[in-house]
Design a protein around this ligand. Structure first.
Ligand SMILES: [Zn+2]
Length: 229
């Protein structure tokens, strides 16, 4: 439906600008599918291993921004596939009998959020629904934002850390609901983009504060390392 509307409204591909679908079939097949470890520089102290499938530029950046800020919610399937690759990589070597539980990092306020749509949660849901034989994967909604967090744009790593610290919370109700359903599970913190790692680290902190121990971070994309900044 989203794609039909996009076509009807005369959109163009975010990858190659060809008129038609917002992500054409060719650009979709050219999206990366192999995740790598993406440590931010500097790395927040204690951060568990972050995995990301794409570099945050080009078509992937357009998909993320369009999905989060421009209401292009049809991108969630492509973004979910990218996240699923990171989840698979992060889960490699873990006991395949134990479920992997995806914990969405709560979204900051954005265009989607204001309309009752949680962009990160939507991508995580899409990733969890992708068929896979290897192991059980489910979404564990454990974290909520305590309140409004200022925009991270334009802040350096230190400022981003200060900005988000203490902003996430795992309620005892959410914890017991998830524990009832999945008495055991590997927790993966999931986000759209790893930039400084501040958001992921805060999600990790909030889980650790209630005695949970996430094993890794899984993200759609990571910003490229920038030296000299
Ligand atoms: Zn294209």
């Amino acid at each position: 439906m989203d794609e039909a509307l996009d076509l009807f409204l005369g959109s163009s591909c975010v990858g190659c600008s060809r008129p038609g679908r917002m992500l054409c079939a060719r650009c979709r097949t050219e999206l990366p599918s192999r995740a790598t470890i993406a440590w931010p520089t500097p790395t927040p102290t204690g951060l568990v291993t972050p995995w990301a499938t794409a570099a945050y530029d080009g078509a992937v950046r357009e998909l993320v921004v369009g999905h989060k800020d421009r209401g292009q919610w049809g991108h969630r399937q492509a973004l979910g596939a990218l996240l699923a690759s990171a989840v698979r990589a992060a889960a490699t070597g873990l006991d395949a009998e134990v479920p992997v539980l995806l914990v969405p990092a709560p979204s900051r306020r954005g265009a989607g959020r204001q309309r009752g749509y949680e962009p990160t949660a939507a991508i995580v849901d899409a990733a969890a629904r992708l068929p896979r034989a290897e192991r059980p994967v489910a979404v564990a909604d454990l974290l909520v934002s305590r309140g409004p967090v200022g925009d991270q744009a334009g802040l350096d790593a230190q400022q981003r850390g200060d900005n988000v610290r203490g902003s996430m919370h795992c309620s005892s109700a959410a914890l017991s609901r998830v524990r009832r359903r999945w008495p055991v599970g590997y927790l993966l913190v999931c986000d759209d983009v790893v930039t400084t790692g501040a958001t992921a680290r805060e999600a990790q902190r909030a889980l650790e504060a209630v005695g949970l121990a996430p094993v890794a971070i899984a993200a759609v994309a990571a910003t490229r390392r920038r030296s000299g900044r």
